[in-house]
Design a protein around this ligand. Structure first.
Ligand SMILES: O=C(O)C1=C[C@@H](OP(=O)(O)O)[C@@H](O)[C@H](O)C1
Ligand SMILES: C=C(OP(=O)(O)O)C(=O)O
Length: 444
């Protein structure tokens, strides 16, 4: 039981959105840059680092493991690498906070260390499935205990001499792929990961940037143990998943025209752009360039009326974190939008199918839930009170929905927004959204 004051938002109809903004750095890339920087020989500078709670938790864990990390500015991290075998064990628990990415990738790094570690997380992370990483890591020779039902905490036992593996992922998951590849750095022989659908490829791209030989072919990644990582400079693009809230907001609010600067547009992340365009959105990519090895563009988004579609299943993995905000776009579209083959949404920070369906119904939208998706019928949004279930993307999605609602939308428990998008409210208000932070009642 906590007496902490709950933080809520009160949001309502804003004005048309105008202006230009840059959202914070990519969360996936920031986690990986700290990890590889820590394990490299030499000093890695990370520019555009996401100063969010998830990525700070990862950085804090590496300092607990003996890595010096300087932060001369909130978005600059200087990681003094200790080399592949230079981490030091600690008796303290390693707290990943809310971050599935942090915990699953760290399980891979820690699986082949000569010391025991204990990974813990917050209430949301403690409900998330971890056997998807402990199963393949165990097959490589690791010993990892989970909590009841395969959830955190994870106790990773000291183990050297992991063996490479040829592993076909049962679910399309970049986190599982990455955990296996990171353990593969410590394994004897070749590690091969095969994917049912391609997923974000930052781990394999960044390993190559840090000088580790990696072979990639469509749906397959291979690497072998026995090399070293060399420190590198990492420039982190703006996070597409954070930009997505503003892309949808400008699309659904009449009169809007918004520019989002330097957004990472790696094709494994931008399924939402394709889906919104199929629904009628007006989004232009300008000034396309390569920044630190990642494709980046400014996105110019203008209001456009949307119509419902059947979301192509082939795009699900490329927009896995964008479904909450897609549900809002669908609620504002004419006709029905059908989502299928997205059962993974049920094991994110909350059950995102159930949380979104309940919230939209509260605002007067008709939604049918299915085991692996939903059918959303576009309509008029009213006011109401939304439970976020401590899920950052649910909170921000309903803040956007509120801009089209006829009444006040109260969004309960928004503290987790700081995990991925510190400064969201200030940026949103700056371009015309109506959101106020308010203190909620004490949590029971
Ligand atoms: O590898 C990553 O950085 C991520 C992979 C995805 O998770 P899954 O691997 O569980 O699909 C995504 O939902 C998460 O936000 C970040
Ligand atoms: C699922 C997410 O992150 P993670 O798995 O790292 O908690 C997310 O940011 O939407």
């Amino acid at each position: 039981m906590s007496e902490a004051v709950r933080q809520d938002w009160s949001a309502g109809k804003g004005t048309a959105l105008h202006g230009s903004l840059r959202v914070p750095g990519d969360k996936s890339i920031s986690h990986r840059a700290v990890m590889l920087g820590a394990l490299a020989d030499g000093t890695t500078e990370i520019h555009g680092f996401l100063d969010g709670e998830d990525t700070r938790a990862t950085a804090r864990i590496f300092t607990q493991l003996g890595v010096r990390i300087d932060t001369p500015a909130p978005t600059v991290c200087v990681v003094h690498g200790v080399g592949l075998h230079g981490l030091r064990g600690t008796d303290e628990v390693l707290d990943c906070g809310n971050a599935g990415t942090g915990m699953r990738l760290l399980a891979g790094v820690l699986a082949g260390q000569a010391f025991d570690s204990v990974l813990v997380g917050d209430a949301s992370l403690t409900k998330r499935p971890m056997r998807r990483v402990t199963d393949p890591l165990t097959a490589m020779g690791a010993r990892i205990d989970t909590g009841e039902g395969g959830t955190p905490p994870l106790r990773v036992h000291a183990r050297t001499g992991l063996q490479g593996i040829d592993y076909a992922l049962p679910v399309a998951s970049a986190q599982v792929k990455s955990a296996v590849l990171l353990a593969g750095l410590y394994a004897e022989g070749e590690t091969v990961v095969r994917e049912p659908h391609p997923t974000r490829d930052y781990t394999e791209r960044m390993l190559a940037t840090f000088g580790w030989p990696v072979e990639t072919a469509p749906g397959v990644v291979r690497l072998s143990g026995g090399h070293r990582l060399r420190a590198a400079r990492v420039d982190v693009p703006a996070d597409f998943s954070s930009a997505a809230f503003f892309i949808v907001a400008a699309t659904i609010i009449p009169g809007s025209e918004l520019r989002l600067e330097a957004v990472g547009i790696n094709p494994r992340r931008t399924g939402l752009l394709q889906v919104l365009r199929l629904m009628g959105a007006d989004i232009r990519e300008e000034n396309r360039r390569d920044d630190g090895g990642e494709p980046v563009a400014d996105l110019l988004v203008r209001h456009a009326p949307l119509h419902g579609i059947e979301v192509p299943s082939a795009l699900v993995a490329d927009m896995i974190d964008e479904f909450p905000i897609l549900f809002i776009a669908a609620a504002c579209a004419s006709g029905r939008t059908v989502v299928r083959d997205a059962a993974e949404l049920r094991v994110k920070e909350s059950d995102r199918i159930a949380t979104m369906a309940t919230g939209l119904r509260t605002l007067g939208i008709s939604v049918e839930e299915t085991p692996d998706g939903a059918v959303i019928h576009g309509g008029r949004l009213g006011g109401g009170s939304i439970a976020t279930h401590d899920d950052h993307r649910i909170a921000m999605s309903f803040a956007v929905a509120a801009q089209r609602a006829s009444g006040e939308v109260r969004i309960n428990d928004i503290a987790t927004v700081a995990t991925s998008f510190p400064g969201f409210v200030e940026l949103a208000r700056g371009v015309g959204m109506a959101i106020d932070a308010i203190a909620g009642p004490p949590a029971l």
